[in-house]
Design a protein around this ligand. Structure first.
Ligand code: CU
Length: 463
């Protein structure tokens, strides 16, 4: 039994309220402007007030940016917020100066200021953009949106849907985004919301036809929530992860886990009967919810098609030279229930209790927060291997900027290309990548309260 519900009220399905932008761009405004501004949208069910958001374009998620592989993307960020902000283009193998990390690649853009982001898009795929300043709050307030880079050879599907999965923590009385001072979020599994949404709607519904073939671009833009997903009335394949095509489409036979910031492109066929329902099912423990409801109305012409061909691969994605690689280790400690014995913070050794007083709970290689020295310095083109040992009780979604990596599997094989690796408590995993992109690249947990509470380092690639 799949039920839909608002986590706020526990009520069954309520009518969807369309998301109305607070301001519309009037004629004459540069379409290349991406304005970060406050707005209001209906996130909570009918009967609750609108929720104040910070967003790009007045909606959550923000304005979809769509381009073609090989294009140059230009967007002028205009900061109409009351605090500094930046834009990070998640998953793009980008020019370092455009990476949007304050204190590393640029100064944060002050209120009233602007910054021109101007860069090439070498890879097709499903990406996203978001604030990288005070991210645990700014992204949670809505400063994120999808960035879709289309292949020159589009796959054979009937239609495509971009599905941005997210959660919000709303005050149950006011319907407003709340709870940023909660120490539990910094020290445990991260800021988890009380209402899960797709494209800003808790009861996202689509009309489809039986036998229709859909490309679903799934993005997890939540602060910390791990989406556990299954299909019902849909059958298909994973064709890309974190934007990068799989060499062979992988039939979906088990629960798909999407950690914070991860993406998956699916090609699915609607197998539910005409007049019936299909679902993207979300698991919360043993309970299941309909993350997206597909109402099946009508029948697509023709019989069901066979397995899709792989998406065209992106350029220069091989990870070779593993034997002669530069090797590094990342030891992750801290968090509730374990803590750490001592770590360096602001240039001196501190114990866990003292770190916690300034809202820091995590250490990587004995350092709380961004260290003076990079984790590693690689020659351009050098292959790098990093063993990541999670000595905490909690999952972490480790994201490397500017590069995609492959997991070095225990048997010696290589996993799919990813930019974010979801790892669980007490796991040790190894990644490998070719350091092709010069610059200082942050490497951090994408559970954003963890990043804010110590889990941040960087990798340097020499020019
Ligand atoms: Cu984490």
């Amino acid at each position: 039994m799949i039920h839909r519900r608002s986590l706020l009220t526990g009520a069954a399905a309520l009518a969807a309220t369309p998301l109305l932008p607070m301001r519309a761009l009037s004629a004459g405004i540069d379409p290349d402007v991406l304005e970060a501004a406050m707005g209001k949208v209906q996130i909570a069910p009918e009967g609750y007030p609108q929720t104040e958001i910070w967003s790009y374009g007045g909606t959550v998620p923000g304005t979809e940016i769509r381009a073609r592989q090989g294009d140059r993307l230009r967007r002028r960020l205009v900061n109409s917020l009351t605090e500094p902000t930046t834009l990070h283009w998640h998953g793009i193998r980008i020019d370092n100066a455009m990476d949007g990390v304050p204190g590393v690649t640029q100064d944060a853009v002050p209120p009233g200021g602007d910054f021109l982001y101007d860069f090439d898009l070498p890879d097709a795929g499903t990406y996203w953009y978001h604030s990288h300043n005070q991210s645990y709050e700014q992204v949670a307030r809505g400063l994120q949106g999808p960035l879709i880079v289309e292949e020159s050879d589009a796959p054979d599907v009937d239609r495509e849907e971009v599905l941005v999965l997210d959660d919000f923590r709303l005050d149950p009385d006011t319907g407003q985004i709340a709870g940023f001072g909660n120490m539990h979020d910094f020290s445990h599994g991260g800021r988890i919301g009380n209402i899960a949404v797709t494209n800003g709607s808790f009861n996202k519904t689509l009309s489809v036809k039986q036998n229709e073939r859909l490309r679903l671009r799934l993005l997890n833009t939540a602060n910390a929530k791990i989406f556990a997903l299954e299909l019902q009335g849909l059958e298909g394949w994973i064709v890309a992860l974190d934007g990068m095509p799989l060499e062979t489409p992988q039939p979906i036979t088990e629960t798909l886990l999407l950690g914070s910031a991860q993406r998956a492109d699916l090609i699915v066929d609607v197998t539910a009967e005409n007049g019936g329902e299909a679902h993207l099912v979300r698991y919360e423990g043993d309970e299941t919810f309909s993350q997206v409801l597909f109402n099946v109305k009508g029948q697509a012409s023709g019989a069901r098609r066979g397995a899709p061909v792989p998406l065209p691969s992106n350029p220069d994605m091989g990870v070779t030279g593993l034997e002669d690689a530069l090797r590094s280790r990342l030891h992750m400690e801290g968090g509730a229930m374990r803590g750490f014995r001592s770590a360096e913070m602001d240039g001196r050794e501190v114990g866990f209790r003292e770190a916690a007083q300034s809202r820091n709970f995590w250490a990587m290689n004995g350092m709380v927060g961004m260290p003076e020295e990079p984790l590693l310095v690689a020659e351009r083109g050098q292959t790098v291997r990093v063993v990541m040992q999670n000595d905490t009780m909690f999952p972490h979604a480790m994201h490397l900027h500017g590069h995609h990596f492959r997991e070095v599997l225990p048997g010696g094989g290589l996993g799919p290309l990813r930019d974010t690796l979801l790892m669980f408590g007490d796991e040790s995993r190894e990644i490998a990548f070719v350091a092709h992109n010069p610059g200082d690249w942050v490497f951090h947990c994408h559970m954003l309260t963890h990043a804010a509470a110590g889990m941040m380092t960087r990798v340097k690639v020499l020019a």
